[in-house]
Design a protein around this ligand. Structure first.
Ligand code: AMP
Length: 203
């Protein structure tokens, strides 16, 4: 695994433990020689992860839309800053550059970016590992929501299992390195399954 994309808050959050986890991840990526791909900002947890990778002698690629550069939130010290024309281009570029995706605590932007990767993956567009790195149970309510989606048959159980959730960075990186993507088809409704001629073994 050469590169990991980290999505995280452009704010630092209320609990200093969030920043501590961001720092620990940045230090570990640098120590393991894994390039950080991220949103290119110098704000919040984003800036913290990037600074710690750089402080550890690691490589950081920021991908940022021109609008955010104009708002002066671009990190000027990264190894390479790619300025793109839109948020959409940014997501596609981050997807190309990274071998896997990790979400640290964050807000709308973090969820939007991670869920787009999960959505593409369940449609067969890319098979890269996606993980939620937790801090003090921040992601627990989201995991409960995903379980509810499975129970209500909006999400395939195998797709639900296909993401990692935990708070230990060692375990996270081991999981990413040995990741084997789920094979399950997205569709749960009988009508769509029979159109595709899926057998029970495909479930
Ligand atoms: P949020 O979780 O809403 O703070 O959004 C953070 C995520 O959205 C990051 O992973 C970024 O890629 C993107 N993003 C949001 N705000 C900014 C910003 N001010 N500078 C750079 N990227 C941002």
């Amino acid at each position: 695994m050469k590169s990991v994309c980290v999505y995280c808050g452009s704010n630092s959050g209320s609990d200093p433990a969030f920043a501590a986890q961001a720092r620990a991840l940045g230090q570990r990526l640098a120590a393991d020689g894994i390039t950080l791909v991220y949103g290119g900002g110098n704000v919040g947890l984003m800036g913290i992860v990037a600074d710690d990778v750089l402080a550890g002698g690691g490589e950081v690629i920021g991908v940022i839309p021109q609008q955010l550069v104009d708002w002066e939130v671009a990190h000027r010290g990264v190894t390479r800053l790619e300025v793109v024309d839109s948020m959409h281009t940014r997501k596609a570029r981050m997807f190309e550059l990274a071998d896997g995706f990790v979400a640290l605590p964050g807000g709308f932007g973090t969820l939007d970016e991670m869920f787009e990767m999960l959505t593409w993956r369940q449609l067969g567009l890319g098979k890269k590992p996606c993980a939620f790195l937790d801090v003090d149970g921040f992601w627990q309510p989201l995991m409960a929501m995903l379980d509810s989606m499975v129970r209500e048959r909006f999400l395939h159980a195998e797709q639900r299992q296909d993401l990692w959730h935990g708070d230990d960075i060692d375990t996270l990186l081991q999981w990413m390195r040995s990741y084997v993507p789920a094979q399950a088809d997205k569709w749960l409704d009988e009508k769509r399954r029979s159109q595709l001629k899926l057998t029970p073994e495909d479930v």
